[in-house]
Design a protein around this ligand. Structure first.
Ligand SMILES: [Fe+2]
Length: 340
């Protein structure tokens, strides 16, 4: 696509003049996107058409099912590339980046929340407990551009409000110095989703199998297991317990066993699971709702804790209405308190 070739050449020339300084790339990318805003020159449907014609876009990056639906490379160079990410549903994933660059909203709108993580305990490089603080939430409209700085300099989640929302990302490939690329769970957890030494999904699967086929052995197995589990595995097994027992007495018993070995870290994991469950319930509800206002309300519930900030964001997006009354009305329609 001619526009992306020109944008790519602009980025390449500017960055080359800075001797490919990794720390400078986010600003180079953001400036290029601001000078030549893709939303003024590119129709997102045309990107899909070009891809479907098979020979009009560059070779694609390895497929990642969680990264855009679809994600399409539109320009590639040896040191960086440009991709279009298409989103139909919002995601609350809080993450940092092992790359630098900038993103531009080609279509739709998003809520971006920035966070800080104060690390307090490390259980292996890829599993950490601490306190995640939401710093600010902003509403991004079509044409907005923001820098992406590698590592802990930017921890954020971008919740896409419209269907589709399309973002364009100018980015480096991977910066070793910014690894691991951590994912965060409110309010206490950071983990490396690519670290296989703390990936205990098979442990969860094995417990699920026993629960289904030998339910009498399941409880005894859990009781024997907890004293032997390191922290990341404890998280996975508590997650399993929450799924099968809910929040009742059986879960409390298992949490007490986890606490015997890990102390208050076990309670922090339980708090993460409670927050996860609330998010999953709100996301599931949102998938069943077509009304744009109610969908926005649920996005605010997911992304913004401060009621005053929620009101301000409603006033920004819908300036003609009384934000407080509208939040109460949406909450009533969905049987959720406005400050849920
Ligand atoms: Fe991101």
């Amino acid at each position: 696509m001619d526009f992306f070739a020109e944008l790519g050449a602009r980025v390449a020339a500017h960055w080359s003049a800075l001797d490919h300084d990794a720390a400078a790339f986010a600003d180079v990318a953001a400036e290029a996107l601001a000078e030549r805003p893709p939303c003024e020159h590119v129709d997102w449907l045309e990107i899909l058409r070009q891809f479907q014609r098979l020979d009009r876009l560059p070779a694609q990056r390895p497929f990642d099912p969680d990264w855009g639906h679809p994600s399409l490379a539109v320009f590639t160079a040896p040191r960086f590339y440009i991709e279009a990410l298409f989103w139909a549903e919002g995601t609350t994933a809080i993450h940092q980046h092992a790359f630098s660059g900038a993103f531009h909203l080609l279509e739709g709108s998003s809520l971006q929340t920035a966070y800080r993580f104060d690390e307090q305990l490390r259980a292996g490089a890829g599993f950490r407990l601490g306190q995640l603080h939401a710093l600010s939430t902003e509403l991004l409209g079509r044409g907005a551009t923001r820098a992406i700085r590698a590592g802990g300099q930017l921890i954020h989640s971008v919740f896409h409000l419209d269907r589709p929302s399309v973002s364009l990302v100018v980015r480096t490939y991977r910066e070793e110095a910014a690894l691991p690329q951590l994912t965060f769970r409110r309010p206490h957890l950071a983990f490396d989703p690519f670290d296989e030494t703390c990936d205990h999904r098979r442990l969860g699967q094995s417990l699920e199998l026993v629960r289904e086929s030998r339910p009498l052995d399941h409880l005894a197995m859990l009781s024997e297991l907890f004293p032997r589990l390191e922290l990341a595995a404890t998280h996975r097994v508590l997650e399993h317990c929450q799924r099968v027992f809910g929040a009742g007495e059986r879960f409390a018993k298992m949490l007490a066993k986890a606490r015997e070995r890990h102390g208050e870290s076990a309670d922090r994991l339980a708090a993460v699971l409670i927050a996860d469950r609330r998010e999953q319930e709100l996301l599931a509800l949102r998938r069943t709702i077509a009304d744009p206002g109610q969908r926005f309300f649920l996005a605010l519930q997911l992304m913004v804790d401060d009621p005053a900030r929620r009101e301000a964001l409603v006033a920004e997006r819908l300036p003609a209405i009384n934000a407080r009354e509208q939040l109460a009305a949406w909450g009533a329609a969905l049987s959720l308190p406005a400050a849920h």
